[in-house]
Design a protein around this ligand. Structure first.
Ligand SMILES: [Zn+2]
Length: 639
């Protein structure tokens, strides 16, 4: 969906503030969420009994007015015998003027956002038929703001109307079947607008027909399946231009851009970024899914963007937003989430493919900062899972922390575990699977394709990372004796998962040498030794940012030489000595990594310091002596 993320590039560690604007924009999308939820707080049963085949939306839209009118023709096929009534989702705020069935007016009821039509006669199962709904009204005041009129452009007073229906807003401007199980097989849009305006649309612009001196009709034709929330139009005094992208196999595709005339010179340059991104996605995951038609952009006035099929609506033109909305054409549009609970199949993928585009096409510092920012954001929300439980909680649904960034980092961790080639092959199989291609998918479908491609069981991964909450924290203790480096890895967690199984990479280095090692901890306290033929100065945790985790790396020198603790085992008091080395603080950590006692050494420290440990429970503990440079750990038993 829309993505108001501004990727501000800075060299700061975590871009803590760079997303805040998008959240404000997001919140403003729903003027009154409570009204919205009460009007939507039911699962629609509309349309379960028929298959929608085709819609033609013939709409009259004048951006100077809030009022619109339309005629929507629907072709359908009953899925039950003796079909005699058909229903559509349609907001009560619109007026149905008449309904025509077999050229005759027919009766209908319109209440509780449902239009229910009595057919004059019975239609057999699987027999195609059609119906026309004539309606009108002002769709601009509805709670999900799916049809908006604005006139606040910076350098133009021209008004604009645009639609943005995801997730539940399509019925606020046209009679439809708001489902995530039945795509419209084929779509035509005939948008009649005052001359001087253009109407953006889905698919190919088949013709522009003059109606009279003051109006003309834009005919858009789309011959791929499309889900209801991806149908859209936008009308204003657009200027337009095209770019062309050529693929490795010689195919080329038009990128058609509808932009505000006052911004055209800037846009012509800005939109060229689309070309290498599309070539990259084509090489990673396969042909653009609507290759027989076009891709395009239409400028609008909402922050962020929306991936309308074959024509994304854009509130800004930065690399990240262009890549994000383009990635949705595969993830979200070609294969659409089959439940809002699985919205990460749209947004996590679009977020992750934006990161991949940055990694491939931008400099490494930019990529690294954005990846760090995404990880940081993905770890902010530890109470809820990526799987959405309450799909009517729209702010949770579009949580940047969970659905976008944690979703993206889940994909990155799968790629880390199964390797690049199997990861992309699995995604190609997912996208091209006959069950899913131009249809809908659940998380289990993605899991199936990744598992069957990689021959790896991902059940534990999805249980922990997708259905579970929180993330791991790793404490890495290391010490070196000659050619042997000892590593101890402790994992603690901050959600409802006891232990995250995950391979981790460490980089051992000094000023001239470096070596990467891979550990696969099997429990929350894990140790392993490695040979290394240089003196290690420092150890970096996960240098390539594969794992969604926080970490501490502690250099633990040879315990016997540096510190002394006694008695051991100890009961009430423990005496510490570092033989004069001026450590500043100490802490006692239990086997699960929690600090149970901590304190500071006196500045004028004598050789020995005695501390009270009577308050801690019996068992094995680690005591860590620390200063800015050095950390030394000893172990003792309390009894
Ligand atoms: Zn998105």
């Amino acid at each position: 969906m829309w993505k108001g993320i501004l990727f501000i590039i800075s060299l700061g560690l975590f871009q803590a503030n760079c997303f805040s604007q998008s959240e404000a924009e997001f919140k403003s999308k729903f003027r009154d969420l409570s009204t919205f939820k009460s009007s939507q707080g039911k699962k629609s049963l509309v349309g379960k009994d028929y298959d929608i085949l085709y819609h033609r939306l013939a709409l009259h839209i004048d951006p100077r007015q809030r009022h619109m009118s339309g005629k929507v023709t629907s072709y359908f096929k009953p899925l039950i015998p003796n079909f005699s009534r058909i229903s559509f989702d349609l907001s009560d705020s619109l007026n149905v003027d008449s309904v025509l069935f077999h050229s005759n007016k027919t009766t209908f009821t319109h209440a509780r956002n449902t239009l229910e039509i009595t057919l004059n006669g019975v239609i057999a199962m699987d027999k195609q038929d059609s119906i026309h709904v004539y309606y009108s009204g002002d769709p601009t005041g509805n709670p999900s703001r799916s049809y908006e009129r604005e006139s606040g452009r910076a350098n133009s007073s021209a008004p604009i109307i645009w639609t943005l229906s995801q997730p539940y807003g399509a019925m606020e401007w046209w009679p439809c079947k708001q489902s995530l199980y039945d795509k419209i097989d084929s779509l035509d849009m005939e948008i009649t607008v005052p001359k001087g305006n253009k109407a953006a649309g889905i698919g190919v612009l088949a013709s522009i027909q003059e109606i009279n001196d003051s109006t003309q009709t834009y005919f858009w034709r789309h011959r791929y399946p499309i889900t209801t929330y991806l149908v859209a139009t936008a009308v204003t005094n657009y200027d337009s231009f095209s770019d062309w992208v050529t693929f490795k196999n010689g195919d080329s595709l038009e990128i058609l851009n509808y932009v505000f005339p006052e911004n055209r010179i800037y846009m012509e340059e800005a939109v060229k970024k689309t070309i290498p991104i599309m070539q990259l996605f084509d090489s990673l995951i396969g042909t653009y899914p609507f290759i027989g038609e076009k891709y395009g952009h239409a400028e609008f006035l909402r922050g962020g963007g929306m991936e309308h099929q074959t024509m994304s609506f854009m509130g800004s033109w930065n690399f990240g937003l262009i890549a994000h909305e383009l990635a949705h054409q595969w993830f979200g549009n070609q294969v659409t989430c089959g439940s809002w609970s699985d919205l990460w199949l749209n947004e996590g993928f679009a977020t992750y493919f934006t990161l991949l585009a940055r990694e491939a096409l931008q400099d490494s510092i930019t990529w690294r900062n954005v990846q760090l920012g995404s990880q940081e954001r993905a770890m902010r929300e530890t109470d809820e899972s990526v799987f959405v439980i309450d799909t009517f909680d729209v702010s949770r649904l579009f949580s940047s922390h969970l659905t976008y960034n944690k979703g993206a980092q889940l994909l990155r961790m799968i790629q880390w575990q199964i390797g690049d080639s199997l990861f992309y092959r699995g995604l190609r199989n997912y996208l091209s699977s006959p069950n899913l291609n131009h249809g809908f998918a659940r998380t289990s479908d993605l899991k199936f394709h990744l598992e069957s491609t990689s021959s790896k069981d991902l059940s534990e991964f999805f249980d922990d990372w997708f259905y579970g909450t929180g993330n791991p924290h790793y404490t890495i203790n290391w010490s070196q004796k000659g050619k042997v480096i000892d590593i101890r890895v402790n994992q603690t967690t901050n959600g409802d998962v006891d232990f995250f199984e995950m391979p981790i990479q460490l980089r051992l280095r000094n000023t001239v040498n470096q070596k990467s090692i891979l550990l696969n901890p099997s429990s929350s306290s894990f140790g392993q030794s490695f040979e290394v033929d240089f003196a290690v100065d420092s150890v970096d945790f996960d240098p390539n940012l594969w794992v969604l985790a926080t970490s501490d790396v502690i250099h633990t020198d040879d315990v016997d030489k540096e510190v002394l603790i006694f008695p051991n085992p100890a009961t009430d008091y423990l005496t510490l000595s570092s033989f004069g080395y001026p450590f500043t603080t100490y802490r006692i950590v239990n086997v699960t990594g929690q600090t149970v006692v901590e304190g500071a050494f006196d500045v004028n420290q004598k050789i020995f310091k005695t501390i009270d440990i009577s308050g801690i429970t019996n068992g094995l503990y680690f005591i860590e002596f620390m200063d800015k440079e050095l950390s030394v750990v000893a172990r003792f038993i309390k009894k």
